[in-house]
Design a protein around this ligand. Sequence first.
Ligand SMILES: *[C@@H]1O[C@H](CO)[C@@H](O)[C@H](O)[C@H]1NC(C)=O
Length: 491
Amino acid sequence: MRTTRIGTAAILLVIILSLLTWKRNEFTNYLPSDYLPEEVPEKVPEANNYFHTDETQRIQLAKVIQEFVDRPIQTWDEAVKLNSQTCPTEGINYDKGAVEENDQKWRAIPSTQISDWRHAIAAHLYSKHREEKASLDKRHEDLAVPSDGIAKEIKSGRGIVMAAGDRAAAIRARTNTRLLRSYNCTLPIEIFHFSSELSEPDKSLLEDLSQLESNSKVTIRLVQGIEKGNGWKAFQIKGAAIQQSSFDEILYLDTDSYPLRNPEDLFKSKHWKETGLLLWPDYTKSHATNPLWRLLGQQCRDEYEGESGQIFISRSRHQDVLWLVEYFAVHHEEFYGFMGGDRDSFRAAALLLNKPWAGPGRLNAAAGVVFEGNVNGGGHTMLQADMDGKWMFVHANLIKHSQFTQRPLWKTIHRAANDKFVNGKTYGSVEKPNDRLGLGVSLHVDPTPRMVTIMKAMEGYDAGVVVVEEWDKYEELRGFEEKWFGFGGVH
Ligand SMILES: *[C@@H]1O[C@H](CO)[C@@H](O)[C@H](O)[C@H]1NC(C)=O
């Protein structure tokens, strides 16, 4: 009798342990049906609380969605009046192009459209949740029958995801991977591509990477389901790559966003532990007329829009954010016009779902070459910092558009003098005085004769609101260019 009980207890223990190991599988449910992760991490954060957490998350999401749908819907006039209280336009660098071009269009969005959007978003989130729940229930049933080969081991549930859509991106991914290696970064890397977009030599270029001696693993993966009638389009390879990666804790990197040191450190920060979501700001601030605020039913935040060159996201904590980002991508014709393409769609999703995020401890800067006779210009790189305000990513997003002949490529930095978040806050805080960072600083892209950014004080503001510094002034930036060229950097 006693041995039977012990036996039963042992079997139960085995079942519980298998349940925990299976947790990682839950978030594959929304993926294309032909997709299965190659590897499943053995350990996931908060595994002990998984089923409990999942149920709590479900209830929490249902509440957030209901509250979102129920918020009063404002007319354009009401919204702009309210938003203008928090989002002034004086001294603010907003996206003039988008705001001016879309003025008539945004004005004309009827309240019924806002209501339809909200209901469609709610329906999408509920349906994703139902799918997940059904699959979870099925797994519970299936557990009664032992099955083989479910969980294979990988080192950790963390990894880096890149998307290389063409040959130039594949070359950048190679440089980026070599840089990461030079920092002794041990995170596995998954590089996604489309089969049609990379020629055989290009694929072998990437595959060579996985042969290089290293303690981190590089896997080349084909994006599933793009342009097969499920709404994904080629330019949304980013969202698809994040979704289809096999990691739980993801650093998504644009191939042209080069880390300056090992990004694993950011996964160890208290900010990551608290939020599971790290976002970085763009140069443009939210505008009162943007329909995003009517959609969200929130007052405009005096805050820089997001840029998506680097994103840290925990899938198990923010599956709903990813569902929403996917929804915006699939319905890009409706939403991307007021989200700056996909760049602000992560912040929009986090705001809609009432999820706080953290980010850098200072605003981004514009770095680049020195042009004779144009002291404000020459920017081709968005310099992004870590939580402590130390430069962390060289997001060289314009360098590919300009054939610079001068060296060094990274010579000078323009930044807002008032660029540091105070009171221990980071990007994501709009508390005073953090809402006023960068006041009076304008940045625009000048397409001629070479595409560069120009940062300067706005009219009526002291020239001192912009600081111009030498690249080499910062210890963390010194030597980057040599490394970049040494690792095959091409521009
Ligand atoms: C990487 O590891 C090697 C060997 O242990 C060491 O010499 C080097 O300083 C490390 N580099 C960095 C950036 O930590």
